[in-house]
Ligand binder design. Sequence first.
Ligand code: GDP
Length: 463
Amino acid sequence: MRDRGTIAAIATATAPAGVGVVRVSGADAINFAATVLRTVTPLAAQPSATLRRMEVTEPQTGEVIDDGLVAVFRAPNSFTGENVVELQGHGGSVTLGRVLAAVLSAGARLARPGEFSERAFVAGKLDLAQAEAVASLIEAQTVTAQRAARRQLSGAVSLAVGEATTAIGDALARIEASIDFPEDVGELLTDVVATQIVFDALTRARTIAANLLATATYGKRLTEGITLVLAGRPNVGKSSLLNALSGYERAIVSPIAGTTRDIVEEALQIGGIPIRALDTAGIRETGDAVEQIGVARARGAVETADVVVAVIDGAEGVTPEDAAFLRSLVGRAVVVAVNKSDAANVEHAVREAATLLPNAPVVAVAARTGHGLPALSDAILSLLGANNVDTNAALITSARHTDALRRAANALDAALQTLTDGLPAELIAVDAHAAIACFGEITGQTAREEIIAGIFSRFCIGK
Ligand code: GDP
């Protein structure tokens, strides 16, 4: 049984801020809040979804802790579907902590992580995918990620899942009628038209799963971000390229070889994907002990990178050291950037690099002028599986959804195969039901309670 007691938590960040909000939810929210508030009209008489001035007092001493505005929302018309009171006072951890303590001393219990969202889900205010979108929205690092979360919150993923479920439901109705009333509707597999209807309906659902799955790689990158490492010999222009990519000066740029001895990190974004870009020490043989450490770190960073941008000095051409480095990257997600195209004809170096790494995109760039940067970004995005994704469509950004969709797709493949093979309708029904259950995990209709609890427990307190 879920505990339905009245809960309270700080809903805003506990950093210094102009405004801070303590949220109270549950049957006694208005009573408990009234105990600690001074308002002109009694809280119980305050109309729903309105703001009134308030002072928060400490119940034992009557000391005024803070002042601000109070909002009341009555069940079922609130975020959680319960009575909700929001105390909007000043920000800052001490003030917010004291306001929360006052509400708790009035009888509320501290909310568990994600408990407000969980209650909203239980009340049917949000489905599971939408509740998860609230978390993604709050955690979004780029505008593109934020938009994807908004779309999920507004129900884009849920809608697609609903369409797939409806299509399977249509197929099942026809399948089950043929099982239950073969004399009235006929055996499914002897009826060409019925078989085609079932086949089309299951295929529709399969296509929806495939379309959603096609966005999963991009969606994962969008929410989790990636690590990109710029690597190559000293002085080929790695720092300059990092600066050009991030659009402002950050790394130390110098004509003396070996200045970037440690790893310089820069946060940037390409196509909305948050990128942790690392500028590494030039990879070369060196006698300098400090530089050796830098080189070792550079190699380590290359090993763990999601994408490597191997930088070549196009003015010098591909040196034997470059060639050895490029060969060591075979099989990796790598883009070769042949730099300094403003100062020299780099075509020969581009061709040579392409021969050494046949599957990697090779792009001529000039960090100094910005030439080739859009092509470099495109090459990076295509390595990340982020090209050809309709960023306005529903995006799958969660590993949980991806897993459920894969299982739904497998079940639908099995159902379609059974149908094609002319095996009994009962077998098709089993797989069709399994597919519906998988889709239902995404919206929470068929997710087990402990799984749901696990999802909400990863939310932060006050959400
Ligand atoms: P790193 O050691 O690989 O990080 O190389 P830097 O970014 O420090 O650049 C080394 C030298 O190459 C500096 O003098 C830069 O000004 C120069 N450089 C970098 N990029 C370009 C470019 O696109 N064109 C030209 N002409 N010079 C560049």
